[in-house]
Design a protein around this ligand. Structure first.
Ligand code: CP3
Length: 344
C-alpha cells in the first residue's frame, strides 16, 4: 500500500473517507495504565521524551489497544524552548517550569541550532515509521509560536496568559522577533520530522483563544503562516493540520490565513460553523474530552452529532482538546467502535 492511501493522508488531500479515520489528541497518556508504567521506568517526563526506546513504546501503546488511524509522536511542544537552553522542567503536580525569558535574552536565541538537541526525538520518529502498521499515519508536531512563547515568557502555565499579553503590548518588537525565531526553529524541526518519516504534522496553538482580533492576526495567524510557508517551500508534499484552541469566529479566516491543509476544532465550535468550514477543506475534531470521562449517553450523543453534521465530508474524528487522565479506557474503546460504525 502506498503511503498516499493512509486514510488520514487521504482526508488531508480533501477526500471524504467513510467511516472517518480517528485519533485522539494526547492519546498516549496517563489514562492508560501501560503509559503510567513506562513513565515510571523512564524517570522524568523529559527523560521519557528524549528516550527513543521509551517514547516509541508509549506512542505504540494506544495503537495496540485501539488501532487508531494515526500515531502521534510522543514528545512535547516545550522541547523547542529546551533546545534553546531555557532548561525546561516538569515539576510533579505543577506542570512545566523554566526561567522567565527577558527582553535582552531574545536576540541570543536566533543563532541557536535546535536539531542536534532534538536528535533523540527524530530517532523516535524513524523507529516509529519502521515499527508501525503500514496503514497507520504517523503524525509529527510542534507548538505554535504564540503558545510556546506564553510558557517561555511566564516561565510556567498561567490561566489566561496575562504575562505574555502584557509583554507583547510593552515590547512589541522584541515579541515579534521571538515569534519569528520560534517559527524558524519550528519549521526546521517539522521538516526534520517529515524527513524522518512523519506523514503529516500538527501545529498546536492551545492558547490562541486569549487573543484579541489584531493580536490573533499578528501572533496566531502570521507565525503559523510563516511555519507553513517555510515547510512547504522545502517539502511541497507536506500536509499540515493547524489547531487553534478557542479561536471561535476567527476560524473563518484561519485556514486561508495560515495555509494549513486542515484545521482542528475545539468542542465549543458550533457544528453549523464546523460544517461551513468543512466546505473549504478538511476539519478535525471536536468531541468534548469530558464526554469521554462521562461515557454512556453523553458519549454516544456527542459522537453521533459530529458524525451527522460532518460525517459526509473530509473529517478526521478527534477530541476538541487532549484526553484527560480521568478518562476510562473502556469509554475510549466504545468511542472508536461507534465512530467505525460498529454500534450505531
Ligand atoms: O498527543 C500525544 O499523545 C502526544 C504527546 C503530547 C504531549 N504533549 C505529551 C504530554 C503532545 C502533542 C503534547 C502537546 C502539548 N504540550 C501542548 C499542546 C496541546 C495541549 O494539550 O494543549 C501543550 C500546551 C503542552 C505543554 C504541556 N505538557 C503541559 C502544560 C503539560 C502539563 C499538563 C499536564 O497535562 O500534565 C505537559 C505535560 C505532558 N505532555 C504530559 C503528556 C502525556 C503529562 C506529563 C506526565 O506524564 O507526567
Amino acid at each position: 500500500m502506498a503511503s498516499g492511501t493512509r486514510k488520514i493522508v487521504e482526508v488531508l488531500n480533501g477526500k471524504a473517507v467513510s467511516p472517518p479515520p480517528i485519533w485522539l489528541m494526547r492519546q498516549a497518556g496517563r489514562y492508560l495504565p501501560e503509559y503510567r508504567e513506562t513513565r515510571a521506568k523512564a524517570g522524568s517526563f523529559l527523560d521519557l521524551c528524549y528516550s527513543p526506546e521509551h517514547a516509541v513504546e508509549v506512542t505504540l501503546q494506544p495503537i495496540r489497544r485501539y488501532g487508531f488511524d494515526a500515531a502521534i509522536l510522543f514528545s512535547d511542544i516545550l522541547v523547542i524552548p529546551d533546545a534553546l537552553k531555557r532548561q525546561v522542567r516538569f515539576d510533579e503536580g505543577h506542570g512545566p517550569r523554566m526561567q522567565p525569558l527577558s527582553v535582552d535574552e531574545i536576540p541570543a536565541l536566533a543563532p541557536m541550532p535546535v536539531l542536534g538537541h532534538l536528535e533523540p526525538v527524530l530517532e523516535t520518529v524513524r523507529r516509529l515509521r519502521a515499527e508501525l502498521p503500514h496503514e497507520t499515519t504517523l503524525l509529527g508536531f510542534c507548538g505554535a509560536p504564540w503558545t510556546v512563547a506564553t510558557y517561555m515568557i511566564a516561565g510556567q502555565g498561567t490561566p489566561d496568559q496575562a504575562p505574555t499579553r502584557l509583554f507583547a503590548y510593552k515590547e512589541p518588537r522584541a515579541f515579534s522577533q521571538l515569534l519569528d525565531i520560534l517559527a524558524e526553529k519550528s519549521a526546521d524541526y517539522l521538516v526534520a520530522q517529515i524527513d524522518a518519516g512523519a506523514d503529516a504534522v500538527q501545529i498546536f496553538d492551545s492558547w490562541a483563544g486569549v487573543l484579541g482580533e489584531k493580536e490573533f492576526a499578528d501572533y496566531a495567524v502570521k507565525p503559523v503562516r510563516r511555519i507553513v510557508d517555510l515547510v512547504k517551500a522545502r517539502r511541497p508534499q507536506a500536509k499540515i493540520i493547524a489547531f487553534a484552541k478557542g479561536a471561535g469566529l476567527f476560524l473563518k479566516d484561519y485556514r486561508q490565513g495560515t495555509g494549513a491543509d486542515a484545521i482542528g476544532l475545539d468542542w465549543t465550535v458550533p457544528l453549523s460553523l464546523a460544517a461551513e468550514l468543512q466546505k473549504d477543506g478538511p476539519v478535525q475534531g471536536n468531541l468534548d474530552p469530558q464526554r469521554v470521562v462521562a461515557g454512556g449517553n453523553a458519549l454516544r450523543d456527542g459522537i453521533d452529532a459530529i458524525l451527522d453534521a460532518l460525517g459526509n465530508g473530509p473529517l478526521i474524528f478527534n477530541l476538541g482538546h487532549g484526553i484527560t487522565p480521568q478518562a476510562d479506557p473502556v469509554n475510549v474503546a466504545a468511542l472508536v467502535e461507534r465512530v467505525r460504525g460498529g454500534a450505531r
